[in-house]
Design a protein around this ligand. Structure first.
Ligand SMILES: Cc1cc2nc3c(=O)[nH]c(=O)nc-3n(C[C@H](O)[C@H](O)[C@H](O)COP(=O)(O)OP(=O)(O)OC[C@H]3O[C@@H](n4cnc5c(N)ncnc54)[C@H](O)[C@@H]3O)c2cc1C
Length: 392
């Protein structure tokens, strides 16, 4: 039986990050991915590497500070993949968030981002409104401009895995994790590859299976604690129109939720929604009412889209957020990553629930710090905030 320091289940951004962090720290590691890299949530996000301006409203300051720090690191190490973009927030007579509130929020955003050049914000002069991709100017009072970053989430995930492989990390794909048996110090893992059952031993198993994490955790024997989480679906649609000036951060006229209208591969990506999901994570897909909601938001702000209906949608996808179970709306719930272990201080299994694309590197470093007591010291090969990530 082959032995590793770390076996990771899941080839999304978190699994990729943990594989890279473990390899960079000098550990032997294997990632098991059932389908393809980023085939789950990590290709179905809003593709933003952002501080999360709206999380200020729910008081998640630590998350915003960490995300802005990670954004700055991305702009340095992944310049090929992550691009700073202007974001526009149009404020109409009827908009709930007033310009002073937005400026207050952006002032705090700048403070948490260390007042770097990328946190500058201001108002778009009225004479420049015509350059805003046909944004409706009727009743428009102000347009606030700030900056955040956009990426290709799947490309980013693949780049992190390549970086990990370069440092010696191994990948088994397609390979389906089946179960794990805890030993005194470590874990025996069973997975299937090409219809062959393979067993491998690890000091630590990291469960980075995203929306499937509960399923993976339940396949550990003897049973480990599984936190109370809920899945919340988010849909995106791609429309055959080009926005080029930047990313529009608009408020849904129906419920006040924030929705992004973004340039994406020569078209326009609109998202997202928050729909509780209780089904099989493999079967998630945008619902007709989610598509109608997103079409209505986009058409409300861009009159050129008003004749469009569902038949005009050129692509659609939905992903699943993993959020702590709670009674408040999904929109207001914590986006902090949840880490659980079978025991402390020498865990044999660590599970990652939720989190952000933006925070993958910080999450992976946190995982490493939690599992290092089980792994023992090794001489480090590299630092993850220095490893350059490139598009192929
Ligand atoms: C609609 C939406 C929009 C979002 N937008 C943003 C955004 O703009 N910016 C941001 O920072 N964050 C965003 N997020 C959050 C971010 O996308 C996720 O936190 C992140 O992609 C989760 O990655 P993951 O690796 O945990 O899970 P996943 O990407 O889902 O990866 C899990 C992997 O595990 C694999 N797997 C499952 N079971 C097994 C098994 N038995 N054996 C082997 N492999 C298995 C799956 O195939 C999958 O590839 C968004 C999330 C959603 C849902």
């Amino acid at each position: 039986m082959k032995e590793y320091d770390v076996i990771v289940v899941g080839g999304g951004i978190h699994g990729a990050g943990v594989l890279q962090a473990a390899a960079a720290a000098g550990y032997s590691c294997l990632l098991i991915e059932r389908r393809g890299l980023a085939s789950g949530t990590s290709s179905r996000s809003s593709k933003l590497i952002h501080g999360g301006l709206r999380y200020l409203e729910s008081g998640q300051f630590a998350l915003v500070r960490e995300s802005l720090r990670e954004r700055a690191i991305h702009l340095r190490i992944a310049a090929d993949l992550v691009e700073l973009k202007p974001f526009f927030i149009p404020v109409y007579r009827t908009t709930r968030r007033r310009p002073w509130q937005l400026k207050l929020g952006l002032g705090m955003y700048a403070l948490l981002g260390g007042f770097s050049a990328a946190t500058r914000f201001g108002t778009v002069p009225r004479r420049e409104w015509a350059a805003l991709d046909g944004l409706d100017t009727q009743g428009l009072e102000a347009v606030i401009r700030y900056h955040d970053a956009q990426t290709d989430d799947a490309e980013l995930t693949r780049a992190v895995v390549r970086s990990a492989q370069h440092l010696g990390g191994e990948v088994a794909m397609p390979a389906n994790f089946r179960d794990a048996a805890l030993r005194d110090a470590g874990v025996d893992v069973t997975f299937e590859r090409n219809a062959i059952t393979i067993e491998a031993r690890a000091r630590v198993l990291v469960n980075a299976a995203g929306p499937w994490a509960t399923r993976v955790a339940r396949a550990v024997r003897p049973p480990i604690a599984v936190p109370d989480v809920e899945l919340v679906q988010g849909a995106h649609i791609v429309l055959p129109m080009q926005v080029t000036a930047g990313i529009y951060y608009v408020e849904s006229p129906a419920d006040g939720r924030a929705v992004f209208v973004m340039p994406w591969q020569g078209a326009t990506l609109v998202g997202t929604t928050e729909t509780p999901y209780a089904g099989d994570p493999d079967k998630v897909h945008p619902l007709p009412e989610e598509e109608d909601y997103l079409l209505a938001v986009a058409a409300h702000y861009f009159p050129a889209l008003r004749p469009m209906n569902r038949t005009h949608i050129v692509r659609r996808f939905a992903g699943l957020r993993v959020l702590p179970a709670a009674s408040q709306s999904a929109f207001d719930r914590s986006r902090e990553t949840i880490f659980t272990t079978d025991r402390d201080p020498r865990p044999r299994v660590l599970c990652i629930y939720g989190g952000k694309l933006t925070g993958w590197r910080a999450a992976a470093e946190h995982v490493l710090s939690r599992i290092t007591p089980s792994l023992g010291p090794k001489s480090r090969r590299a630092a993850t905030d220095q490893l350059i990530l490139r598009r192929t």
